[in-house]
Design a protein around this ligand. Structure first.
Ligand SMILES: NC(=O)c1ccc[n+]([C@@H]2O[C@H](COP(=O)([O-])OP(=O)(O)OC[C@H]3O[C@@H](n4cnc5c(N)ncnc54)[C@H](O)[C@@H]3O)[C@@H](O)[C@H]2O)c1
Length: 252
């Protein structure tokens, strides 16, 4: 058994599928008890069951991350069940790409609610629980889009740039209490969320422009989240770690 998160208690939002699911599995394999908070309650429960069947500890929670109470209730329940709380991964989001003229009030509310407000509420609810446990690590899944002007993605780029701002400020506020706050910034990874927004032609173009000439795998991102969650990164806070195959910094 790998032990980089031995005896830690973690919450992963959006852990029912995609990158969040891979993070949940990897954290459990490394000894953490993992709460999976997702709007897809059945899928979250199924993910938790499969982790348990593989010998890990996990609990699925159905809930909407844009609501403050979802975090308050879920973290309280994890503390009750496992006695402590150490790691929060803010991963969930609902995303739609599209031209500026197609943005509706509903899209704006939903994307900002799931991708930005959720990070605010997650950090707010996690911090006191982490203080009770002697410190902790918050990992925000941002995006290379937080640094870039991606065409047809004004809301997404804005939300992810905002998450990087939340990360830096929260790191300054919470560092003295032993809480580290970092971001992972993935490049393109083929998940359900991406299939909805990116055509096969766009994917082929992205691969052609990537120094490593491939898309990311969910485990590429999960490994970075594991490093930032674990004590191996104990002198890192306020960092935005690109895991994008070199795309953002290349001029190809
Ligand atoms: N896949 C990529 O290429 C890529 C690139 C850069 C950044 N990211 C980021 O990685 C994270 C995960 O992306 P993914 O591709 O795995 O996404 P995904 O769409 O496959 O999964 C997102 C998960 O969030 C959940 N979710 C959506 N709305 C929710 C809500 N209101 N409350 C609770 N849960 C909710 C979904 O049910 C789903 O399980 C996101 O923050 C995304 O922006 C992904």
């Amino acid at each position: 058994m790998d032990t980089r998160l031995k005896d830690k208690v973690a919450l992963v939002t959006g852990g029912a599928q995609g990158i969040g699911r891979a993070i949940s599995e990897l954290f459990a394999r490394h000894g953490a008890a993992v709460g999976i908070l997702d709007i897809k309650a059945e899928l979250a429960a199924q993910a938790a069951q499969e982790i348990a069947a593989a010998g890990g500890r996990a609990v699925g929670f159905g809930g909407d991350v844009s609501r403050r109470e979802s975090f308050v209730e879920t973290i309280a329940e994890l503390e009750r069940r496992f006695g402590r709380f150490d790691v929060l991964v803010n991963n969930a989001i609902w995303v739609r790409y599209g031209p500026i003229e197609n943005i509706t009030p509903e899209m704006l509310t939903r994307m900002v609610g799931t991708g930005f407000n959720s990070v605010v509420w997650g950090i707010q609810a996690a911090a006191p629980a982490m203080v009770r446990s002697g410190g902790g690590s918050i990992v925000n899944i941002a995006s290379s889009a937080g640094f870039l002007g991606v065409p047809n993605a004004m809301l997404y780029c804005g939300v992810k740039a905002g998450v990087l701002g939340l990360t830096r400020s929260a790191a300054a506020d919470l560092g003295p209490q032993g809480i580290r706050v970092n971001a992972v910034c993935p490049g393109s990874v083929l998940t359900e969320g991406v299939r909805i927004n990116v055509t096969p032609e766009m994917m082929a173009q992205r691969i052609a422009r990537a120094p490593l000439r491939r898309m990311g795998e969910v485990m590429d991102i999960a490994q970075a989240a594991l490093f930032l969650a674990s004590d191996e990164s104990s002198f890192m806070t306020s960092e935005a770690m690109l895991v994008d195959g070199g795309v953002t910094n290349a001029f190809l």
